[in-house]
Design a protein around this ligand. Structure first.
Ligand code: ASP
Length: 327
């Protein structure tokens, strides 16, 4: 009965529109669906995808399988989904990097604004500048002094060109006027492992990944990347407060399918995403990590499309001015 209830909108909507139901969307989904994550397991994008996969599986009645497709700052994963069959069996869960890639890469194998169907906004996460526990600096002022004295030695981890950690690092070094050595990883999961092991000095990453280690006192925290202090870290000054005027990086995430995916399939994926973001366990876990959940009116294709278009335009001049361009 429950299943029939779920199928009703798919059966009735085409009839109301006077068109014959499309046979494959009628059955959708009849097999597992891949959520392609552009970064390594253990990082914030991966963590949120795995959290969403559980209620989405429940809603769709088919398993949502997380697949980590790594490399080139998320562009390999984005291209994979852009080129996938238009059937809704592969979706992309990506962050702000989808909108910075067109300015960072001279040649992208896909068209950011025209090769995707937008499913909806998902979350946005603030970021934190953290360092290895045995770094001699104990606060931002001491960090600046340490960087000045060790310009050639200090290393800054990131998840590759186009990653939001790289964007944050790029803004940080350009505001300092000191080009630190950046160490690319395949995701901030492995990067944080090296911060914990003391192999790399600094990382700017989402609270989704860092808050647990900050609270457990396993890393040093030098500031946050929002203009307002975070509710989870009310005593920690923002980087803006500490002298990096206007410093603001927030990692927003969205869900996409390949262009041409049938509307009933997209509607079902959107409904599953809304269902997942309304799940009390998911909401509690995300809030614990200081992650903001998209409002219902933003878990929509139109809202995500507008966000991507706005962000592509916003970052283009900033990235151009920074000189970060990948041939
Ligand atoms: N936080 C990463 C980034 O810097 C990606 C990840 O591992 O989720 O883009």
């Amino acid at each position: 009965m429950k299943k029939l209830y779920k199928l009703l909108p798919l059966l009735i909507t085409p009839l109301l529109l006077g068109i014959a139901p499309i046979s494959h969307s009628q059955e959708y989904p009849s097999r597992p669906i891949s959520i392609v994550v552009p970064f390594a397991a253990g990082g914030p994008t991966d963590a949120v995808a795995r959290l969403l996969a559980v209620p989405m599986t429940k809603y769709l009645g088919q398993t949502m399988v997380v697949e980590n497709t790594l490399g080139a700052g998320g562009t390999i994963a984005a291209n994979r989904v852009a080129k996938s069959p238009k059937d809704g069996y592969m979706v992309l869960f990506h962050h702000i990097g989808i909108s910075t890639a067109p300015s960072l890469y001279s040649k992208l194998p896909y068209d950011t604004l025209n090769d995707f169907e937008y499913i909806g906004q998902v979350i946005s996460a603030p970021m934190t500048l953290i360092g290895r526990k045995n770094l001699p600096a104990n606060n931002f002022k001491e960090l600046l002094a340490y960087i000045q004295q060790n310009k050639d030695k200090v290393t800054l981890a990131n998840a590759g060109p186009g990653a939001v950690s790289q964007l944050c690092g790029m803004l940080f070094t350009s505001q300092l006027g000191i080009p630190l050595t950046q160490i690319p990883y395949k995701g901030t999961g492995p990067a944080i492992t090296d911060i914990l092991g003391g192999q790399v000095d600094l990382l700017c990453d989402q609270t989704t990944n860092t808050l647990t280690y900050i609270k457990a006192d396993k890393v040093k925290l030098f500031g946050t990347t929002t203009l307002q202090r975070l509710s989870s870290l009310p005593d920690v000054p923002t980087l803006n407060e500490q002298g990096l005027k206007g410093f603001q990086v927030v990692a927003w995430h969205g869900m996409y399918a390949s262009k041409g995916t049938p509307q009933p399939v997209l509607d079902k994926l959107n409904a599953a995403l809304k269902y997942a973001l309304a799940d009390p366990d998911v909401r509690t876990r995300l809030r614990e990590l200081n992650v903001e959940i998209a409002k219902p009116e933003d878990i929509t294709p139109a809202s995500l499309k507008h966000l991507v278009e706005t962000e592509v335009k916003k970052w283009a001049p900033i990235i151009k001015a920074s000189g970060s361009y990948i041939e």
